[in-house]
Design a protein around this ligand. Sequence first.
Ligand code: ATP
Ligand code: MG
Length: 217
Amino acid sequence: MTASNNYRRVGIMGGTFDPIHFGHLVTAEAARWEFALEKVVFVPSGRPPHKKDYRVSDPEHRYQMTVLATASNPYFEVSRSEIDREGYSYTVDTVHEFRRFYGPEVQLFFITGADAILEILTWKDVDRLLKECHFIAATRPGFQLNRLGESRPMLPVEGRHRIHLIEVPALAISSTDIRWRVQNKKPIKYLLPEAVEDYIHRQGLYRPRDCGVYEKS
Ligand code: ATP
Ligand code: MG
């Protein structure tokens, strides 16, 4: 880690959060601890272009669930920046917005699952992105870290040290699975915070009539 310890450090955790679950929360907390981040800001997405295969829940529902899930952690915040922005949101736009807001003195750390980072690193503006922020990629079950190793030679040399890996406890939790469980009347207890579970049931989210058929991936 070449980052100087004198810099303030802020984590950004982007996601669809449909719904947010303990995989996201454990990852954010692990990153906060390991990289001495002063806080982690959760940024629920607008309507992401790569999730066209199912109807993403209303952004306000996803925002509310994220607020409920993070309320008990004083180091967690939720941003409306992508939800309130017109059109699709890309990580690069969000990082620029954070950079403008915090100024040059703050080091930004974008936290993702290791699967998501492979996608991000194939973008054409990855060089610029790596100048703006660090990446913390969390391993998740079934993901082979060596795939990230293989893609490393394609990365700009000066940016490689800005990609960090952390291991989180093996949480085989995914939002897709939770949606599938609700639709099939299976329990979701202990996969996500109780307040989020209550919200899902109260609002009737992920029921067949609301959302079409979810495929279990
Ligand atoms: P979906 O199943 O709809 O794709 P998801 O569970 O992957 O949802 P996202 O909102 O897409 O959740 O993920 C937001 C970020 O959190 C991504 O960077 C993703 O890689 C990461 N992530 C998701 N689930 C886990 C998990 N169980 N452990 C670690 N990271 C995770
Ligand atoms: Mg995902």
